[in-house]
Design a protein around this ligand. Structure first.
Ligand SMILES: Cc1cc2nc3c(=O)[nH]c(=O)nc-3n(C[C@H](O)[C@H](O)[C@H](O)COP(=O)(O)O)c2cc1C
Length: 300
């Protein structure tokens, strides 16, 4: 018997595969394709205290081995989520982690006070969105900003707290240290890399927001490097993501130090990417006689 159960920052999952925030909505559309109970966990779309309409279109475009997005955290707000989406998600036997975003420390705190009362398994604090003018990345790219938001939220949140970091920094390890010092239980790595695409016929940026976040296989080596560096330096479990589209990619992240992984842009190219990844991880375990998936975490 192989064991694929993992414990990510106090969140128990039947396997290490989750779906990344903003690429799976609140699960409804994907439930037409497969049983969501097969997933280790679902990370919801970035959710804020009040509804947000996001940025103007066009706000997604394809790039070589990836995509750019500038959605700008469009979401219906936490109250709507609690009344409409959470009851739907709770029908499935999978961990539900809410991706929480805000523009001020107070907003993060108010939101997390509400999340603390809901039937969810944990919170992924988004300090990393490159597509909103205030908040998120503004906090996420300094030690002080990350520690301030993390420690403020920690005071009101008893549930597992994972902080999601931006790769758009010079030294990821020093930022990750602020997550530990702020009292969180885990780290998510990585959000998108800030990018830009120009339409050479129109001589204009393709995205209305001018810049956007790059995701997909193009960013995988950067993400693996950051997971590896943080895992070696900081004693906190890591949820790894960035370009994962199959079991081999997932194993690479786990060898680098991720306890669990998220699939983002890969859900758009094939809606079955996440569940295929689960069986491909099991194939790797069989091939290499691995009894417990936890054995490989951080082996490299
Ligand atoms: C369309 C889109 C929307 C996203 N929205 C969010 C979000 O709301 N909150 C967040 O923390 N990350 C968001 N992300 C980032 C992903 O969760 C993930 O960190 C990133 O895309 C890297 O993984 P990938 O290469 O597998 O897509 C979004 C990504 C995409 C492509």
């Amino acid at each position: 018997m192989m064991n694929t159960n993992i414990n990510l920052a106090g969140i128990k999952m039947k396997n290490p595969v989750t779906v990344a925030s903003g690429t799976f909505g609140y699960g409804r559309e994907f439930s037409d394709f497969f049983d969501l109970s097969k997933l280790g966990g679902i990370i919801t779309k970035g959710t804020s205290l009040k509804p947000k309409s996001g940025n103007k279109p066009p706000r997604v475009c394809e790039t070589a081995s990836g995509m750019l997005n500038s959605i700008g955290l469009q979401n219906p707000g936490v109250e709507y989520f609690a009344q409409n989406d959470l009851p739907f998600l709770r029908k499935f036997d999978t961990a539900i982690i809410v991706n929480a975003c805000g523009s001020t420390v107070e907003e993060y705190v108010e939101l997390c006070k509400i999340l603390n009362t809901l039937d969810i398994d944990g919170v992924e604090l988004n300090l990393s969105c490159p597509n909103v003018k205030n908040g998120c990345m503004a906090f996420g790219n300094t030690y002080e900003g990350v520690k301030l938001v993390t420690s403020s939220v920690r005071k009101v949140l008893d549930k597992p707290l994972i902080v999601k970091l931006t790769p758009n920094v010079t030294d990821i390890v020093s930022i990750a240290k602020a997550v530990k010092d702020g009292g969180a239980d885990g780290i998510s790595l990585i959000n998108t890399l800030l990018g830009m695409k120009i339409d050479i016929e129109k001589r204009k940026p393709v995205l209305a927001n001018i810049t956007g976040g790059l995701s997909g296989p193009a960013i995988k080596p950067v993400a693996v490097r950051m997971v590896y560096q943080v895992a070696k330096a900081i004693d906190l479990p890591i949820l790894g993501m960035g370009g994962i589209v199959n079991g081999e990619d997932a194993i690479e992240f786990m060898l680098a130090g991720a306890t669990a992984i998220s699939i983002g842009a890969g859900n758009f190219t094939n809606p079955y990417t996440s569940i295929n990844t689960i069986s491909e991880i099991e194939d790797y375990m069989k091939k290499h006689s691995i009894e417990d998936i936890n054995e490989i975490v951080g082996c490299v």
